[in-house]
Design a protein around this ligand. Sequence first.
Ligand code: FES
Length: 373
Amino acid sequence: MQDTIERELPFGLNSSVYRDESVLERERQRVLLPSWQIVCHESDLATPGAMLRFDFLGRSAVLLRGRDAVLRAFLNVCSHRGSRLVDGDPATGLASCVDARLRCPYHAWVYDQDGRLQHVPYAERYESLDREALGLRPVALETWRGFVFVAFETPPRSVAAMFAECDAELAPYRFEDLRRISEPRLRPREANWKVICENYLDSYHLAVAHPTLKQMVGRSYRFDGRDDIQRISGEIEAHSASTWSARAYSRWLPETAHLPRERQRLWSYYFVWPNFAFDIYPDQIDFMQMIPVAPGRTMIREIAYAMPGNERPQRLSRYLNWRVNRQVSVEDRTLIERMQLGLASGDYERGPIAADEHGLRWFNSRWRGAFEG
Ligand code: FES
């Protein structure tokens, strides 16, 4: 493994790390499981008894809103014989239960809202039953500005600490007040998770592969790096863009009362180490999470949110935004799946990364750093 970890910053990672099963297992242990994973917004689980199943790299958590309004997370496995407790909706993971209690479908053990084992049918048949030890195992959960994160292993920093340097600039967006505007979207991609993350951070391809996006934000497109977060941003100026969606968006984007003047027409992207990003627009906000499935396969999970209120100008700008970004997504899919074909071929080792590719260099540097020592 160590042989494959090149340390020279001007070069990208060795191609083997995008196709090797053992590398993905090392990433799982060292990078991905000990990282915060964005799950949803607090408002997605607003009522007592609301639940959500969240699967990540073979692990599964269940998030449950208790009768006391507290949101908790547990490993989604029964302490009796190991059955999965909650399935939820196949696409969204959302579910609900009676009185915020979890009942295992196999032998009907019941757990209370805080994970304590509450009821065991025919408990007298057991010689001994340590109910304290047989509760559900908690999963680390943190809420930051209304968004909910879990970690299956202990991460190095809190979510709040990761976002500390950006907190003031994000405060005007009032994340806490957002509400979901679409069902979660799952987009399978035939590419390694790092290929998708790197593509997100790659500014070199903007002019070549995303002509409309280039026309919209290209002139002011810029990167700012932090420890755990990379910010990319650009001002909307698409009066002469080649698609009517971009021109109309630029023209009809309404003023957003709660945003300062300098953010009224700013599209910004906050990529968070190692595998998710907030796409922040004046009219809506979404997150995009790259979940590895296999060395050459990734599930992109996305959920979009906006401030309550559904006036026509807001609906129109969100629709136009969706049209523009749907095209970007189609363009990116082609790019990343072509990349994976080349990386998986064995005919390529590694290539240079330009000095101004700050996002790519940062991502590669963080990845290499995770495997030092
Ligand atoms: S496995 Fe859950 S009650 Fe038996």
